[in-house]
Design a protein around this ligand. Structure first.
Ligand SMILES: *Cc1c(COP(=O)(O)O)cnc(C)c1O
Length: 366
């Protein structure tokens, strides 16, 4: 059996260090907003290459707080438009609608699955206030053209970096390219906690201050409430785990790249479209995605042969019941991706035997 992602093994790899860090946090008697948080925020800001990193409860909240902060700062208001890739995970979009902002769905490229920068300008209106890029599957979605559009139209650039910890564009980590970035440390992400966790990174001191307050009941000073916030903090035990795992992130990313390289060099089946890698620095393979016209048949065949796969994602946001008002929007590229995408087993703990098994079974599929 080849698991899609063996989280038990992912944790076991660093078990001694994690156990020690968690026990230390437990024994400290201090469980929120303490030393582990400070240590993680400092280390993560340094790793990403931003002035500030602010821990919070999860990746969705990280994005919610960025948009809320821009509203509190008077940069945006309810009803404003934000450009997003139509094929993203729902959280990117939930963060906008929760704040009364209007997501404007732009098609991805069928080559990269990232937002198609040639289709962005047509979607910009007088109400557009930002572009939200999503480094989907672990690949950098930023392009010089996107940067130029933000300049030209005076738009904020927000990055959803939930899937791309460790990814680099022109020497800069994703999460440090735009005005602000939301990060998720959901257990299955490239940098995963042992529960929910997230962070915001930015170089903007005002934004940093506002998001920190929003995630802490809207308070900057004990018992004084400036904003209508929520309790959305990163706890000390998760921060302790993240402090250990951040240390090993680059090594784990390298292992993911090796799995990807083996797949790309050895999978040979004319019915399967492999990812085209334009720059190995710019992909950290959170998800190794292939496409196949007979995706459901392939998935069943792989399952019959003991190989777990996943689909990212079976239903695009505009076809979800919660957004039924968008169901008539025409997004053919997005729909092709959702109908044909299949994600192969991918993690830093796969054995070479497992990787070879996946390749062999796929190559034998007729
Ligand atoms: C996982 C994910 C999120 C949300 O993160 P959570 O920590 O699960 O709330 C947001 N955006 C993308 C693209 C994701 O993959």
């Amino acid at each position: 059996m080849v698991k899609f992602l063996d989280l038990q093994k992912v944790t076991a790899k660093y078990a001694d260090e994690i156990h020690e860090a968690v026990l230390h946090a437990i024994d400290s008697g201090w469980y929120l907003q303490g030393e582990e948080n400070k240590r993680f925020e400092t280390a993560y800001a340094r790793y990403i290459g931003t002035q500030y990193a602010i821990g919070c409860a999860n990746g969705l909240d990280a994005l919610i707080w960025i948009w809320r902060a821009y509203i509190e700062m008077g940069v945006m208001q309810a009803g404003d438009e934000v450009i997003v890739p139509a094929n993203t995970y729902i959280a990117t979009i939930l963060a906008l609608t929760e704040n009364g902002l209007k997501p404007v769905l732009v098609e991805p490229s069928i080559e990269t699955y990232e937002i198609d920068d040639s289709k962005i300008e047509k979607a910009i209106t007088s109400k557009t206030k930002a572009i939200c890029i999503v480094h989907l599957y672990g690949q950098c979605a930023y392009t010089e053209k996107i940067g130029a559009l933000c300049e030209k139209y005076n738009l904020k650039l927000v990055e959803d970096n939930a899937q791309a910890h460790g990814c680099v564009f022109n020497g800069k980590k994703t999460g440090s390219i735009g005005d602000a970035a939301g990060h998720s440390f959901y257990p299955g992400k490239n940098l995963g906690a042992l529960g929910d966790a997230g962070a915001i990174t930015t170089n903007d001191p005002q934004l940093a201050e506002v998001v920190r307050a929003l995630a802490n009941y809207g308070s900057q000073k004990k018992y004084v409430f400036k904003y209508i916030g929520r309790n959305s903090r990163l706890d000390e035990i998760q921060a302790a785990v993240l402090n250990v795992k951040l240390h090993h992130l680059d090594e784990d990313v390298q292992l993911r790249k090796e799995v990807a390289k083996y797949y790309i060099e050895n999978i040979r089946n004319s019915k399967i479209v492999l990812p085209k890698i334009f720059d190995w620095m710019q992909h950290v393979f959170h998800i190794f995605t292939i496409r196949c016209e007979k995706r459901d048949q392939l998935q069943q065949y792989l399952s019959n042969n003991g190989i777990q796969t996943n689909i990212h994602y079976p239903i695009p946001p505009h076809k979800q019941e919660c957004y039924k008002e968008w169901s008539e929007i025409s997004l053919p590229v997005t729909e092709i991706i959702h109908a044909t995408e299949l994600s192969l087993p991918m993690s830093p703990v796969m054995t070479i035997e497992e990787i070879k098994t996946v390749v062999e079974v796929i190559n034998n599929w007729r």
